[in-house]
Design a protein around this ligand. Structure first.
Ligand code: PEP
Length: 260
């Protein structure tokens, strides 16, 4: 049984006061999430709002994540943040290899693999993102692209690392576009990812790997996505910026008039 994990990726948004106010409103929407042991909830603020978010989350079971890190542990790397610094700031997770970092900041699979290693060594859990572009999907190259991303980004991983690893399938064409993969498309790709890792570095441990879907997840599509057997959670961008909408997502809410 894989425990669901829903994560908010705030990207380049939220000043400290806004992060504080979000958490207060979100926790009150959820009605005491300390009692809810049925899923993991994670928030990834920008670095500058980590501490304000951590303080507001005290006494809840909502965990903190970084959005990025350096694979270096210390030294002359101006502007960088290490895994140990993230742990020191109260993080339990960190997003790695998001498509925005791959496409806008030239992050390679080799960089991602080094970041994954740095996080695991610091006892943090990487949320490793993979996903194909629209062109790659429409030309039938999606599985080859995903396989190369998985092999490169997870290079050196051992089966026992699985319990500290989260994977996020985020089709690039669905991120921030309002266009979501259908539950069937997402399920087929999640099954492909799991089978690929099962045949490769993770072996049978791949059955226990949690794979999130990301790409225009909203309150009105979360339930059908989560009903798919290989979808174990969601990585949420735009819809995680409002406490009411993120609360509805973690409750798998549907609008009242939508048949379930
Ligand atoms: C993301 O950036 O990880 C993401 C899934 O964004 P959105 O939910 O806005 O598509």
């Amino acid at each position: 049984m894989r425990r669901p994990i829903i994560a908010a990726n705030w990207k380049l948004n939220m000043l400290r006061q806004e992060a504080h106010d979000f958490v207060v409103a979100f926790l009150s929407e959820l009605n005491n999430p300390t009692q809810d042991a049925s899923l993991d909830i994670v928030i990834a603020p920008p670095f500058t709002a980590l501490d304000a978010t951590r303080q507001a989350l005290t006494a809840s079971n909502v965990a903190l994540a970084g959005q990025n890190l350096s694979f270096e542990s210390s030294g002359a790397f101006t502007g960088e943040i290490s895994a140990e610094m993230l742990r020191d700031a109260g993080c339990r997770y960190c997003i790695v290899g998001h498509s925005e970092r791959r496409s806008l900041f030239a992050e390679t699979n080799t960089d991602v693999a080094r970041k994954v290693r740095a996080l695991l060594e610091a006892d943090l859990q990487p949320i490793v993102c993979v996903g194909e572009t629209l062109d790659e999907r429409e030309s039938g190259r999606d599985q080859a692209v995903l396989a190369a991303q998985l092999d490169g980004s997870l290079e050196g991983l051992e089966p026992e690392d699985t319990r500290n690893l989260i994977l996020a399938y985020e089709p690039v064409w669905a991120i921030g576009t309002g266009r979501t993969a259908t539950p069937e498309q997402a399920q087929a790709t999640h099954a492909f990812i799991r089978n690929h890792l099962r045949a490769g570095p993770l072996g049978d441990q791949a059955k226990t790997l949690r794979i999130q879907y990301g790409g225009s997840v909203k309150p009105d599509n979360i339930r059908t996505l989560m009903a798919q057997p290989d979808i174990d959670g969601a990585l949420v961008g735009g819809a995680s910026l409002r406490p009411d909408s993120f609360a509805r997502i973690v409750r798998f809410d549907q609008p009242e008039n939508t048949p379930s």
